[in-house]
Structures are given as structure tokens and as C-alpha cells.
Design a protein around this ligand. Structure first.
Ligand code: PGA
Length: 254
């Protein structure tokens, strides 16, 4: 099976529209003909239109960082799947640990968001991951398994392209501490097995499972070289076009 890796750039709450435009212009030059890897940048919502316009004509795709699961209504401050789609997004990050732990998002809400994203033709990048105390208590598989079970409840997919999973151990996000390739691979293998049990082997083998948490040019080769790591969701290092491009080059070479 040929593995086509996926590298996401999660810009979080960084970059004003003009800063985002400058970054996108630089990425466009560096990645004009990017091939053999799917590249998705996820700017904050107010930056999406500017970034999309700049990268038009390249293979760089756009993702939202979050969405609400209702179609429309009196939900001040929220963004719908239709809005993301119409603004040019193909992907949306769902259940990022910052959404779970800073904003109190629940597994049930995350499940509703995945259902809605899929129904609107957006590919959810569904994030799971344990906290440090959970890992230290030997509960990593319980936590990640529980998040997968709740998040994917009732969700049917007929193509592996429709769903991306991101394993992001909370203790590794933005901390500079990366899971070792072996630690990450162990959880990715567990996730693959979980997906096999619900979607069957053929689909599960092809669903991309990204690793996220302090991915940098210096550790990307080793992480992306693991058999069950099919890409990376990159936060801090995606803010700088040079380091993001270096990670994409790693993905092209493994
Ligand atoms: P980081 O963030 O690369 O800065 O650790 C990853 C993420 O939160 O998606």
C-alpha cells in the first residue's frame, strides 16, 4: 500500500489577517508544486479567506480550526460547516485538546461536529490524546479509546479519505517535549486496531493518523518514519514557513 502522508499546519490563535497573508505568500512560493503529500493549513477563521485566495492554484488545502454542529442560528461567535465550506475549506480540526481542556468541549459535542462536518463534505481532523497524569497512571489507551469510541459513535464512512485522526498527547503540545517515535507509534498502532474493529481492515489501513505535539524539522523524519504515523499536525513549527516546509520535505522523503 502506498502511504500518502498528510501534514497539517495548525496556526491556532496566531497571525492577524495581514500576517497570515504574508505567511501564505511565502508558503505559496516554497510549496508551489508540492506533490506526494497532502498539505493543509488551518488559519484562524478570520484569516481563511485571505489565505485561500493566496494559495489558490497550489495544492495547499485549507482547514478550519473548529466549527459548531448546528447549521445556523442564534449562536453568537460560532462558525458553521457551510461557512467553512463556502470560504474554501476542505478540512476542519475537531476536538483539539485546547478546545477540550480550555473551552470544555465534550465527547458528545465532538461527535456531533464530526457528524455535521462529514454531512457537509468537510474532512474532520479528529484529535485525541491523553494528559500527562493519565499517561503516568497507565490510562493512555483507556482515554484515547474512550475518546475514539464517543467521537466516532454512529459514524459510517465509505472512504478512508473522509476522516483523519490526529493523536496529540496533551503533554507534548506546545511544550517542546515530543513523544518518542516508539511512544507515538505504540498509540498509533492502538488507534489503527480500534479503527480496524469498527471499519474493517481495508479502510482502517488507509485512514491517515497524524501525530501532533512539538513536531519540528529535527524530529519529523523519525516520527514520520514509523509505520502507523501517516502525517503530522504541526502547531508552533507551522507558523514559520521555513520550518513548516522542512517538515513537509521530511514527509515527502519517508
Ligand atoms: P505544537 O502543537 O506543534 O505547537 O505542539 C500541535 C497542535 O496543537 O496541533
Amino acid at each position: 500500500m502506498s502511504r500518502r502522508l498528510i501534514i497539517g499546519g495548525n496556526w491556532k490563535m496566531y497571525k492577524t489577517p495581514s500576517e497570515a497573508a504574508a505567511t501564505a505568500k511565502s508558503l505559496k512560493v516554497k510549496l508551489i508544486n508540492v506533490e506526494n503529500v497532502d498539505v493543509v493549513v488551518c488559519p484562524t477563521a478570520i484569516d481563511i479567506l485571505a489565505v485561500r485566495e493566496i494559495v489558490a492554484g497550489t495544492n495547499i488545502k485549507i482547514g478550519g480550526q473548529n466549527m459548531y454542529y448546528q447549521d445556523e442560528g442564534a449562536f453568537t461567535g460560532e462558525i458553521s460547516a457551510d461557512m467553512l465550506k463556502d470560504a474554501g475549506c476542505d478540512y476542519v480540526v475537531v476536538g483539539h485538546s485546547e478546545r477540550r481542556h480550555v473551552f470544555g468541549e465534550t465527547d458528545d459535542e465532538i461527535n456531533k461536529k464530526i457528524v455535521k462536518a462529514l454531512s457537509k463534505g468537510l474532512v474532520p481532523i479528529f484529535c485525541v490524546g491523553e494528559k500527562l497524569e493519565e499517561r503516568n497512571a497507565g490510562k493512555t489507551e483507556d482515554v484515547v479509546g474512550g475518546q475514539l469510541k464517543e467521537g466516532l459513535a454512529g459514524i459510517e464512512i465509505n472512504s478512508a479519505e473522509k476522516l483523519v485522526i490526529a493523536y496529540e498527547p496533551v503533554w507534548a503540545i506546545g511544550t517542546g517535549v515530543t513523544a518518542s517515535p516508539e511512544q507515538a507509534e505504540e498509540v498509533h498502532r492502538f488507534i489503527r486496531k480500534f479503527l480496524t474493529d469498527i471499519y474493517g481492515n481495508a479502510l482502517a489501513q488507509q485512514i491517515r493518523i497524524q501525530y501532533g505535539g512539538s513536531v519540528k524539522p529535527a524530529n519529523a523524519d523519525e516520527l514520520l518514519g514509523q509505520p502507523n504515523i501517516d502525517g503530522a499536525l504541526v502547531g508552533g513549527a507551522s507558523l514559520d514557513p521555513d520550518s513548516f516546509t522542512a517538515i513537509i520535505k521530511s514527509a515527502q522523503s519517508v
